[in-house]
Design a protein around this ligand. Structure first.
Ligand code: ADP
Ligand code: MG
Length: 728
């Protein structure tokens, strides 16, 4: 056999093979069925491209996505001098283009042809391929064959049949980046290649750090992480398109360079955002799993799962996009058991067999999220690879290796819980079982008279969190099951019944108490809440009074109390931070902020105050579509009643919405309306009142100005005008 390095250099410009590439290529050149399991980025494509170029005839490469085919052909053509050498055949081609492809195939110039499984399923194509010389067939992303994989495609199931029709003796190659032993078996059986030479690379990605965090204020955690890691590229995966849009918007509002990506977006916009990410015009892509297949950005520094994924195969594939260059790659998944329940509920409408598969895959995800063993060990074990954490490289870490979780013996407790499930006739869900254990009289408990049950309160020694962990881990370990069709009533399995009768030992893994850790970081400031620093609060109030006097404005026009309270909690010292304070928009920050910032900075320095490092997350709520529509309508001077009516709002609701808009810092000019309904003299009188008033209360204003002359509505509208004029 000739030295394969020569064509490697000639066609691709590489000097040496990566991993097992050379042996794989030899295997296919020898005409053997060949199975390649290699992590993403390992260099699988080259293992079919090079032998295809070297052999007589055409290699057919089956690939699941049209976009992926196009990328591959473009990339290949970059290496090759003649475009006819690589083609793809799928539904996106025009008739003329398809004809040209077929011509090249007939003339024998095309060495590599990418085909979608759907196209292969067409009889006319099969008949056409029969007339050609086919060197081999490669099935890329072969995990799509197995319903136990994360990306099952029924069309993939028919590939073997089509190949048989073309020529039963063609060597078959299968390639995938994820395959549990079960999926691997499925693929080999289905493609009829149980005797194939199998090349399985290690799946370990030593430079990736795995971490699971409880999903408490996830946006805040994410923004904080990104702000602490400025300029780094990252991908954030969400399960729904809606969530993608929301999270991307929240990040943008908070000054993060982020864009959304999902299959519901127009193709041109998607392509544009993907390019921007590759070209580093944007740092972060918030995406559904539609993003990433075939994306080869070497320096993605973090991959986050805002929502827990549906399977570990998917998770591993997605996290695999981090740190391809061998550099830093942080993989953070946010976990909340409620998300698992949601996913289970979505499955309820599907065929039973599919549900079973989906449930099993989810169980593995739960087990991963809750495990106290090394996450790397868990993942590699899942993919059929043993890894010993005691010989781990010093970078091969994960959160559980860094912070081991607490374990407790809970055999007795579990047996007791099983007894309750049993005695309650296996008719209740997790929530009620826990309520019975801790003695909580919820409406459902009372409706079912469970508070009269002798077991009620019998597990009070432990809290709900403990019992929740006990239920989940009993579930993961198959002591109990859930009847999904009954929305999750718990029942005991054989194993659970046995354990109930003869309790053994059970190592319950206690969750980290992240709740406690995060309490200090909760920056959602409630209106009417109190200031964190009363001394500073008083100083700020004094300053407000001073400025009010100087400018001849009442204090509430400068900043309202909740804003000062928030300042005395967050200690903002820059204009940007000030704009994150409740009720402070850009205009207000500029107009009145300077002196307040100076005072706070001075105070912080003199008292050596440690400012909360936590970011305050601005929500997109005050920028909602409805509000934007109202603001635009007012700019166009559309009658207020019409604006209210098209939104099915009452006058009162509409004015409240206007008050909210103004309170969150946006000016509105409603003179065109007020001038119509209120004489100038009356208007002036209200303005004069507010100029002198101590508070901005409209009730006080009405009492002072007299109900005979004014309505509450008029005063509210005038206050909106007043605040827009003087406060913003
Ligand atoms: P996979 O399909 O396994 O995810 P690809 O085939 O897309 O991986 O290859 C990943 C990257 O590795 C590509 O940028 C490719 O050009 C590069 N690559 C492949 N083989 C070699 C090699 N022998 N030397 C250097 N780079 C290689
Ligand atoms: Mg590939």
């Amino acid at each position: 056999m000739e030295d394969l390095k020569i064509p490697l250099k000639k066609y691709f410009g590489f000097n040496k093979f990566k991993g097992d590439q050379e042996n794989i290529i030899k295997s296919i050149l020898e005409g053997k069925d060949t199975f390649v399991i290699m992590p993403t980025g390992g260099g699988k494509s080259l293992t079919y491209q090079l032998p295809a170029l070297l052999q007589e005839g055409t290699a057919i490469i089956i690939s699941p996505l049209i976009a992926l085919m196009k990328n591959q052909v473009d990339a290949l053509r970059g290496f090759l001098t003649d475009d006819s050498v690589a083609h793809y055949l799928n539904s996106s081609l025009s008739r003329g283009d398809a004809r040209k492809v077929k011509e090249d195939l007939v003339n024998g110039v095309t060495k590599i042809l990418f085909v979608a499984p759907e196209s292969l399923n067409k009889q006319e194509n099969v008949d056409f391929f029969k007339s050609l010389t086919i060197s081999f067939v490669a099935v890329d992303e072969a995990h799509c064959i197995s319903e136990w994989g994360h990306d099952f495609r029924p069309e993939y199931r028919r590939i073997r049949e089509m190949i048989k029709q073309i020529d039963a003796s063609i060597p078959i190659m299968a390639l995938t980046a994820t395959a549990t032993p079960k999926v691997q078996m499925d693929i080999q059986k289905n493609l009829g290649m149980t005797d194939a030479s199998v090349f399985k690379a290690s799946f370990n990605r030593p430079n990736l750090y795995y971490e699971v965090l409880p999903k408490i204020h996830p946006e805040k955690q994410i923004i904080k992480y990104i702000k602490e890691n400025p300029g780094k590229s990252g991908i954030i995966y969400c399960l729904s398109r809606k969530k993608v849009e929301e999270v991307a918007e929240t990040l943008q509002v908070n000054g993060v360079s982020a864009l959304p990506y999902h299959a519901g977006m127009e193709a041109s916009r998607r392509a544009k955002y993907q390019d921007m990410f590759l070209m580093e015009d944007v740092d972060v892509i918030v995406a559904t799993i539609a993003f990433g297949m075939g994306i080869d950005k070497p320096d993605v520094r973090f991959v986050m799962h805002y929502d827990i994924p549906k399977s570990l195969e998917g998770y591993y594939q997605e996290t695999g996009r981090a740190g391809r260059d061998g550099g830093e790659g942080r993989c953070i998944a946010y976990y909340d058991y409620k998300d698992i329940e949601k996913l289970e509920k979505f499955m309820a409408g599907k065929p039973v067999a599919e549900q079973e598969v989906g449930k099993q895959l989810l169980h593995e995800v739960v087990a991963y999220a809750e495990t106290a063993m090394s996450r790397r060990k868990f993942l590699l074990h899942y993919f059929g690879e043993e890894w010993d954490e005691t010989t781990a490289g010093k970078d091969e870490l994960d959160d559980n290796l860094v912070n081991p979780k607490e374990h407790v013996e809970a055999g007795k407790e579990l047996a007791h819980m099983f007894q309750i499930i049993f005695d309650l006739k296996q008719q209740f869900k997790t929530k009620q079982i826990i309520e019975v254990l801790v003695g909580k009289e919820s409406p459902t408990v009372k409706a079912n008279r469970l508070h009269m049950n002798p077991h009620f309160g019998s597990g009070k020694d432990h809290n709900e969190k403990y019992w929740m962990a006990a239920v989940r881990q009993s579930f993961v370990n198959n002591y109990i099951g859930k009847r999904i069709e009954e929305y999750g009533t718990l029942f005991l399995t054989e194993k659970g019944l046995e354990f109930m009768k003869k309790p053994g030992s059970f190592n319950l893994i206690l969750d980290h108490d992240y709740d406690e850790l995060m309490k200090g970081g909760n920056n959602v400031v409630q209106k009417g809440g109190s200031a964190g620093d009363p001394v500073l609060y008083d100083m700020l109030k004094d300053l407000r009074k001073e400025i009010g006097h100087a400018k001849n404005l009442p204090p509430f026009v400068i900043f309202q109390d909740p804003s000062l309270q928030d300042m005395a909690t967050q200690y903002p010292i820059t204009m940007e931070e000030l704009q994150n304070i409740v009720g402070v928009g850009q205009g207000k920050a500029r107009k009145f902020g300077g002196e307040f910032l100076a005072l706070i900075e001075n105070y912080v320095n003199e008292n050596e105050i440690e400012r909360p490092q936590d970011v305050v997350v601005k929500t997109v709520a005050n920028k909602s579509a409805s509000k934007i529509g109202i603001i635009q309508g007012i700019d166009k001077k559309i009658p207020l009643r019409d604006l209210a009516r098209t939104r099915s709002m009452t006058d009162d609701e509409f004015i409240t919405e206007l008050e909210n808009i103004v309170a969150s810092g946006t000016k509105v000019n409603i003179d065109y309306y007020i001038d119509d309904v209120l004489d100038e003299d009356y208007q002036e009188e209200i303005v004069e009142y507010f100029m002198e008033a101590e508070t901005d209360s409209v009730e006080d204003a009405l009492a002072e100005l007299g109900e005979d002359d004014y309505t509450l509505e008029e005063i509210r509208l005038m206050r909106i005008k007043f605040m827009s004029t003087y406060a913003l």
